[in-house]
Design a protein around this ligand. Structure first.
Ligand code: BT5
Length: 256
Protein backbone atom coordinates (compact mmCIF):
# COMPACT_ATOMS: atom_id res chain seq x y z
CA UNK A 1 0.00 0.00 0.00
CA UNK A 2 1.09 3.54 -0.68
CA UNK A 3 3.06 5.45 1.88
CA UNK A 4 1.07 8.25 3.45
CA UNK A 5 2.75 11.11 5.23
CA UNK A 6 -0.19 11.40 7.62
CA UNK A 7 0.27 7.81 8.74
CA UNK A 8 1.34 7.03 12.28
CA UNK A 9 -1.34 9.04 14.05
CA UNK A 10 -3.23 6.08 15.57
CA UNK A 11 -1.79 5.76 19.04
CA UNK A 12 0.53 8.77 18.77
CA UNK A 13 -1.30 10.24 21.76
CA UNK A 14 -1.86 7.63 24.43
CA UNK A 15 -3.74 7.61 27.72
CA UNK A 16 -2.78 4.42 29.54
CA UNK A 17 -4.29 3.24 32.82
CA UNK A 18 -4.06 0.31 35.20
CA UNK A 19 -7.80 0.42 35.84
CA UNK A 20 -10.75 2.16 34.22
CA UNK A 21 -14.45 1.56 34.33
CA UNK A 22 -14.51 1.52 30.52
CA UNK A 23 -12.08 2.84 27.93
CA UNK A 24 -15.06 3.98 25.84
CA UNK A 25 -16.33 6.12 28.70
CA UNK A 26 -12.90 7.69 29.29
CA UNK A 27 -12.42 8.20 25.55
CA UNK A 28 -15.75 10.03 25.30
CA UNK A 29 -14.66 12.41 28.09
CA UNK A 30 -11.37 13.05 26.29
CA UNK A 31 -13.14 13.55 22.96
CA UNK A 32 -15.36 16.24 24.50
CA UNK A 33 -12.17 17.92 25.77
CA UNK A 34 -10.85 18.01 22.20
CA UNK A 35 -8.68 14.88 21.96
CA UNK A 36 -6.99 14.62 18.59
CA UNK A 37 -7.61 12.08 15.84
CA UNK A 38 -6.15 8.67 16.68
CA UNK A 39 -5.95 9.22 20.44
CA UNK A 40 -5.63 5.84 22.13
CA UNK A 41 -7.10 5.05 25.55
CA UNK A 42 -5.92 1.75 26.96
CA UNK A 43 -6.19 -0.01 30.28
CA UNK A 44 -4.97 -3.21 31.94
CA UNK A 45 -8.38 -3.91 33.43
CA UNK A 46 -11.93 -2.59 33.19
CA UNK A 47 -14.33 -2.65 36.12
CA UNK A 48 -17.36 -1.98 33.91
CA UNK A 49 -16.29 -3.04 30.42
CA UNK A 50 -19.19 -2.53 28.07
CA UNK A 51 -20.62 -4.61 25.27
CA UNK A 52 -23.49 -3.48 23.11
CA UNK A 53 -27.01 -3.00 24.47
CA UNK A 54 -25.90 -2.67 28.11
CA UNK A 55 -24.15 -6.03 28.05
CA UNK A 56 -20.98 -6.64 30.06
CA UNK A 57 -17.56 -7.13 28.49
CA UNK A 58 -15.39 -9.19 30.83
CA UNK A 59 -12.01 -7.44 31.07
CA UNK A 60 -9.77 -8.97 33.72
CA UNK A 61 -6.20 -7.82 34.28
CA UNK A 62 -3.31 -9.49 32.55
CA UNK A 63 -4.24 -11.14 29.31
CA UNK A 64 -6.42 -8.72 27.41
CA UNK A 65 -6.12 -5.76 25.10
CA UNK A 66 -8.86 -3.36 26.15
CA UNK A 67 -8.65 -0.07 24.29
CA UNK A 68 -10.53 2.68 22.46
CA UNK A 69 -9.59 5.01 19.64
CA UNK A 70 -10.99 8.49 19.17
CA UNK A 71 -11.67 9.35 15.53
CA UNK A 72 -13.17 12.26 13.66
CA UNK A 73 -14.12 10.73 10.30
CA UNK A 74 -15.25 13.24 7.69
CA UNK A 75 -18.03 11.05 6.31
CA UNK A 76 -21.80 11.28 6.25
CA UNK A 77 -23.35 10.10 9.53
CA UNK A 78 -25.28 7.52 7.49
CA UNK A 79 -21.95 5.84 6.70
CA UNK A 80 -20.73 5.88 10.29
CA UNK A 81 -21.79 2.29 11.00
CA UNK A 82 -19.25 1.18 8.38
CA UNK A 83 -16.51 2.08 10.84
CA UNK A 84 -17.17 -1.11 12.84
CA UNK A 85 -16.70 -3.12 9.63
CA UNK A 86 -13.48 -1.24 8.82
CA UNK A 87 -12.16 -2.06 12.29
CA UNK A 88 -13.19 -5.71 11.99
CA UNK A 89 -11.37 -6.12 8.68
CA UNK A 90 -8.25 -4.45 10.09
CA UNK A 91 -8.20 -6.59 13.25
CA UNK A 92 -8.84 -9.81 11.32
CA UNK A 93 -6.01 -8.97 8.91
CA UNK A 94 -3.57 -8.01 11.65
CA UNK A 95 -4.34 -11.06 13.80
CA UNK A 96 -4.00 -13.38 10.84
CA UNK A 97 -0.66 -11.88 9.80
CA UNK A 98 0.80 -11.65 13.30
CA UNK A 99 -0.46 -14.82 14.97
CA UNK A 100 -1.62 -16.98 12.07
CA UNK A 101 -5.10 -17.23 13.55
CA UNK A 102 -7.78 -17.62 10.91
CA UNK A 103 -10.52 -15.58 12.52
CA UNK A 104 -13.80 -14.87 10.85
CA UNK A 105 -16.11 -11.90 11.18
CA UNK A 106 -19.66 -12.25 12.40
CA UNK A 107 -21.68 -9.20 11.43
CA UNK A 108 -21.41 -6.61 12.66
CA UNK A 109 -18.90 -6.61 15.49
CA UNK A 110 -17.62 -10.04 16.48
CA UNK A 111 -14.39 -11.79 15.54
CA UNK A 112 -14.69 -15.52 15.99
CA UNK A 113 -12.46 -18.55 15.77
CA UNK A 114 -14.43 -21.73 15.08
CA UNK A 115 -17.53 -20.00 16.41
CA UNK A 116 -15.91 -18.75 19.63
CA UNK A 117 -15.51 -15.07 20.35
CA UNK A 118 -11.98 -13.69 20.31
CA UNK A 119 -12.73 -10.01 19.95
CA UNK A 120 -15.63 -7.60 20.23
CA UNK A 121 -15.98 -4.07 18.91
CA UNK A 122 -18.14 -1.34 20.42
CA UNK A 123 -18.46 1.72 18.16
CA UNK A 124 -20.18 4.83 19.43
CA UNK A 125 -20.79 8.02 17.47
CA UNK A 126 -21.75 11.49 18.57
CA UNK A 127 -23.30 13.78 15.97
CA UNK A 128 -23.48 17.55 15.84
CA UNK A 129 -24.89 19.96 13.26
CA UNK A 130 -21.83 19.41 11.03
CA UNK A 131 -22.02 15.62 11.01
CA UNK A 132 -19.99 13.19 13.09
CA UNK A 133 -18.46 15.13 15.99
CA UNK A 134 -16.44 12.11 17.04
CA UNK A 135 -16.50 8.35 17.03
CA UNK A 136 -15.16 6.03 19.72
CA UNK A 137 -14.10 2.61 18.55
CA UNK A 138 -13.76 0.32 21.53
CA UNK A 139 -11.90 -2.93 20.95
CA UNK A 140 -11.56 -5.88 23.27
CA UNK A 141 -9.21 -8.72 22.31
CA UNK A 142 -8.62 -11.80 24.42
CA UNK A 143 -4.88 -12.21 23.94
CA UNK A 144 -3.40 -14.32 26.75
CA UNK A 145 -6.57 -15.14 28.65
CA UNK A 146 -7.10 -18.69 29.84
CA UNK A 147 -10.46 -20.37 30.46
CA UNK A 148 -10.43 -19.55 34.18
CA UNK A 149 -10.17 -15.82 33.41
CA UNK A 150 -13.73 -15.87 32.07
CA UNK A 151 -16.97 -16.41 33.95
CA UNK A 152 -18.40 -19.90 33.49
CA UNK A 153 -21.04 -18.55 31.12
CA UNK A 154 -18.66 -16.63 28.85
CA UNK A 155 -15.95 -19.33 28.99
CA UNK A 156 -18.09 -21.61 26.84
CA UNK A 157 -18.38 -19.14 23.99
CA UNK A 158 -15.06 -17.29 24.24
CA UNK A 159 -11.52 -17.98 23.15
CA UNK A 160 -8.18 -16.18 23.16
CA UNK A 161 -5.09 -15.94 21.01
CA UNK A 162 -3.31 -18.01 23.65
CA UNK A 163 -5.98 -20.73 23.63
CA UNK A 164 -5.90 -20.89 19.84
CA UNK A 165 -2.14 -20.97 19.40
CA UNK A 166 -0.94 -22.62 22.61
CA UNK A 167 1.51 -19.84 23.41
CA UNK A 168 1.59 -16.44 25.08
CA UNK A 169 1.92 -13.33 22.93
CA UNK A 170 3.40 -9.88 23.45
CA UNK A 171 0.32 -7.67 23.70
CA UNK A 172 2.24 -4.58 22.57
CA UNK A 173 3.23 -6.25 19.32
CA UNK A 174 -0.36 -7.24 18.58
CA UNK A 175 -1.61 -3.77 19.50
CA UNK A 176 0.92 -2.11 17.20
CA UNK A 177 -0.02 -4.34 14.28
CA UNK A 178 -3.70 -3.65 14.80
CA UNK A 179 -3.20 0.11 15.01
CA UNK A 180 -1.13 0.04 11.81
CA UNK A 181 -3.68 -2.06 9.94
CA UNK A 182 -6.61 -0.03 11.23
CA UNK A 183 -4.99 3.23 10.17
CA UNK A 184 -4.34 1.88 6.68
CA UNK A 185 -7.90 0.58 6.22
CA UNK A 186 -9.36 3.75 7.76
CA UNK A 187 -7.40 5.81 5.23
CA UNK A 188 -8.67 3.66 2.36
CA UNK A 189 -12.23 4.06 3.63
CA UNK A 190 -11.95 7.85 3.92
CA UNK A 191 -10.35 8.25 0.50
CA UNK A 192 -12.07 5.61 -1.62
CA UNK A 193 -15.25 4.75 0.25
CA UNK A 194 -16.48 1.37 1.35
CA UNK A 195 -15.96 -0.78 -1.78
CA UNK A 196 -12.55 -2.27 -0.91
CA UNK A 197 -13.48 -2.83 2.71
CA UNK A 198 -16.58 -4.70 1.53
CA UNK A 199 -14.51 -7.04 -0.66
CA UNK A 200 -12.17 -7.80 2.21
CA UNK A 201 -15.00 -8.14 4.70
CA UNK A 202 -16.72 -10.73 2.53
CA UNK A 203 -13.51 -12.80 2.49
CA UNK A 204 -13.59 -12.97 6.29
CA UNK A 205 -17.31 -13.35 6.75
CA UNK A 206 -18.64 -16.49 8.39
CA UNK A 207 -22.26 -15.61 7.86
CA UNK A 208 -23.04 -15.41 4.15
CA UNK A 209 -25.43 -18.21 3.15
CA UNK A 210 -26.32 -18.98 6.76
CA UNK A 211 -29.80 -19.07 8.27
CA UNK A 212 -30.23 -16.25 10.66
CA UNK A 213 -32.55 -14.34 12.91
CA UNK A 214 -31.84 -10.62 12.91
CA UNK A 215 -32.87 -8.45 15.79
CA UNK A 216 -32.92 -4.74 15.21
CA UNK A 217 -34.28 -1.79 17.17
CA UNK A 218 -37.14 -1.11 14.82
CA UNK A 219 -38.12 -4.37 13.22
CA UNK A 220 -37.74 -6.74 16.12
CA UNK A 221 -37.11 -10.18 14.62
CA UNK A 222 -36.61 -11.13 11.00
CA UNK A 223 -35.59 -14.63 9.94
CA UNK A 224 -34.06 -15.73 6.68
CA UNK A 225 -30.81 -16.42 4.92
CA UNK A 226 -27.98 -13.93 4.67
CA UNK A 227 -27.53 -13.45 0.97
CA UNK A 228 -24.90 -10.74 0.93
CA UNK A 229 -23.66 -7.35 1.98
CA UNK A 230 -24.87 -4.24 0.18
CA UNK A 231 -22.43 -1.66 -1.18
CA UNK A 232 -23.12 0.52 1.88
CA UNK A 233 -22.26 -2.25 4.38
CA UNK A 234 -25.77 -3.27 5.29
CA UNK A 235 -26.57 -6.94 5.57
CA UNK A 236 -29.03 -8.38 3.03
CA UNK A 237 -31.33 -11.07 4.39
CA UNK A 238 -33.98 -12.95 2.41
CA UNK A 239 -36.84 -14.61 4.25
CA UNK A 240 -38.30 -17.99 3.31
CA UNK A 241 -41.20 -16.28 1.59
CA UNK A 242 -38.86 -14.25 -0.58
CA UNK A 243 -38.96 -10.88 1.20
CA UNK A 244 -35.57 -9.16 1.22
CA UNK A 245 -34.61 -6.77 4.00
CA UNK A 246 -31.45 -4.74 4.62
CA UNK A 247 -30.00 -4.08 8.04
CA UNK A 248 -27.37 -1.48 8.82
CA UNK A 249 -27.38 -2.23 12.53
CA UNK A 250 -28.67 -4.87 14.88
CA UNK A 251 -27.43 -8.29 15.73
CA UNK A 252 -27.72 -11.72 14.28
CA UNK A 253 -28.26 -15.17 15.67
CA UNK A 254 -26.90 -17.78 13.31
CA UNK A 255 -29.24 -20.75 13.29
CA UNK A 256 -27.18 -23.21 11.26
C1 BT5 B 1 -19.15 -6.57 22.11
O1 BT5 B 1 -20.41 -6.46 22.59
O2 BT5 B 1 -18.67 -7.57 21.61
C2 BT5 B 1 -18.32 -5.30 22.26
C3 BT5 B 1 -17.19 -5.48 23.20
C4 BT5 B 1 -16.29 -4.28 23.23
C5 BT5 B 1 -15.30 -4.36 24.35
C6 BT5 B 1 -14.32 -3.22 24.31
S1 BT5 B 1 -13.06 -3.39 25.47
C7 BT5 B 1 -12.54 -1.77 25.23
C8 BT5 B 1 -13.81 -0.94 25.05
N1 BT5 B 1 -14.30 -0.44 26.32
C9 BT5 B 1 -15.47 -0.98 26.65
O3 BT5 B 1 -16.11 -0.74 27.70
N2 BT5 B 1 -15.86 -1.82 25.67
C10 BT5 B 1 -14.93 -1.85 24.57
P1 BT5 B 1 -21.56 -7.55 22.37
O4 BT5 B 1 -21.67 -7.92 20.94
O5 BT5 B 1 -22.74 -6.96 23.04
O6 BT5 B 1 -21.05 -8.83 23.14
C11 BT5 B 1 -21.11 -8.89 24.53
C12 BT5 B 1 -21.18 -10.37 24.92
O7 BT5 B 1 -19.92 -11.01 24.68
C13 BT5 B 1 -21.47 -10.60 26.38
O8 BT5 B 1 -22.85 -10.59 26.64
C14 BT5 B 1 -20.84 -11.95 26.65
O9 BT5 B 1 -21.72 -12.97 26.24
C15 BT5 B 1 -19.66 -11.97 25.69
N3 BT5 B 1 -18.40 -11.60 26.35
C16 BT5 B 1 -18.20 -10.80 27.42
N4 BT5 B 1 -16.90 -10.65 27.69
C17 BT5 B 1 -16.23 -11.38 26.76
C18 BT5 B 1 -14.87 -11.64 26.49
N5 BT5 B 1 -13.87 -11.09 27.20
N6 BT5 B 1 -14.57 -12.46 25.45
C19 BT5 B 1 -15.53 -13.03 24.70
N7 BT5 B 1 -16.84 -12.82 24.90
C20 BT5 B 1 -17.19 -12.01 25.91
Amino acid sequence: MQADKKRGIFGRTVYAYALLDSTNVRAAELAVQGAVEGTLVITERQSAGRGRMERVWESPAGGGLWFSLILHPAVQPAHGAQLTLVAAVAIATALRETTGIACTIKWPNDLLVAGKKLCGILSEMILDEDGIAYAIIGIGINVNLVKSDFSAEVAQAATSVYLETGRAWDKDVILREILTAFEIWYGIWLEDGFARIRVEWLKYSCSIGKSVTVKDDMRAFFSGIIVGMDTDGSLIVRSNDGITEKFDCGEIDLTN
